[in-house]
Write a protein that binds this ligand. Structure first.
Ligand SMILES: Nc1ncnc2c1ncn2[C@@H]1O[C@H](COP(=O)(O)OP(=O)(O)OP(=O)(O)O)[C@@H](O)[C@H]1O
Ligand SMILES: [Mg+2]
Length: 231
């Protein structure tokens, strides 16, 4: 496995948390890994007025290059917590997908494994405009060309959300690397016991079920297993 595109069934379901844990496990296995977040919206502003990309910072810290310039991890930072294309339109900023792709290719030239986190879910407007047409996260994932890992919420509703995401990957002939069920909110009930089984019966490759961890991070242990199954 040389690259992995990380998407989810929703925003806030643990793409960065799970992606960073996977990257840490791969780094701990002695592999050179770069973890990218080409466009990040919802950035806070620091005292100097600069946008702080929380995801890109977490991913860089987990990678083999924790001191790399942020410009090698992220290309565009946006303030409003909206889909990237919408936040950019409102800020009168143009997002160039070719430049995001160039960021990925440069990372590939330096690392053995590259991970790329999209934004929100698969059909989120990633670049472009309403008038000119949007480039979705799925369109960008297709250009990146990596297998796609789907992070899904471990709770009621996830069977539908996960199958819709996996079916859309299939419809676009994108390779699904697998699904990780993640209890990001700590409110998974009895449904967590049946989700994986039901999804598997639909032919979905469920790689792991991650419990809620009060520390806000997740244990690296399952990720050595996930890495093995991906490589
Ligand atoms: N298994 C877990 N246990 C405890 N907290 C978790 C777990 N997974 C995620 N979280 C927490 O849930 C929140 C959202 O996670 P994260 O930022 O990784 O989501 P995301 O899908 O990357 O969001 P975005 O769409 O904004 O990029 C974070 O505060 C994170 O610490
Ligand atoms: Mg994230």
């Amino acid at each position: 496995m040389r690259g992995l595109f990380i998407t989810g069934t929703d925003t806030g379901i643990g793409k960065t948390t799970v992606g960073a844990a996977l990257v840490r496990a791969v780094v701990a296995s002695g592999v050179r890994v770069r973890a990218l977040k080409p466009i990040e919206s919802g950035c806070e502003t620091d005292a100097a007025g600069e946008f702080i990309p929380a995801d890109a910072l977490k991913l860089r810290a987990a990678s083999s290059v924790p001191d790399a310039p942020l410009s090698e991890i992220i290309r565009y930072r946006l303030a409003e917590p909206l889909a990237p294309a919408v936040a950019a339109e409102r800020a009168n900023e143009e997002l160039n997908v070719d430049e995001c792709l160039a960021l990925v290719r440069r990372a590939q030239a330096d690392a053995e494994v590259v991970t790329v986190e999209g934004a929100g879910g698969l059909l989120v407007p990633f670049a472009g405009t309403a008038a000119g047409g949007y480039v979705t996260v799925a369109d960008f994932a297709a250009r990146v060309g990596f297998p796609v890992l789907v992070i899904a919420r471990a709770r009621l509703g996830t069977i539908n959300h996960t199958l819709l995401t996996v079916r859309e990957l299939e419809r676009r002939n994108l390779t699904c690397a697998g699904v990780v069920l993640n209890d990001a909110d700590g409110d998974a009930g009895t449904e967590i016991q049946t989700n994986a089984e039901v999804l598997r019966s639909f032919g979905v490759k469920v790689l792991a079920e991650l419990p809620y961890d009060v520390s806000g991070s997740v244990s690296l242990e399952p990720f050595f297993q996930i890495w093995k199954s991906l490589s």
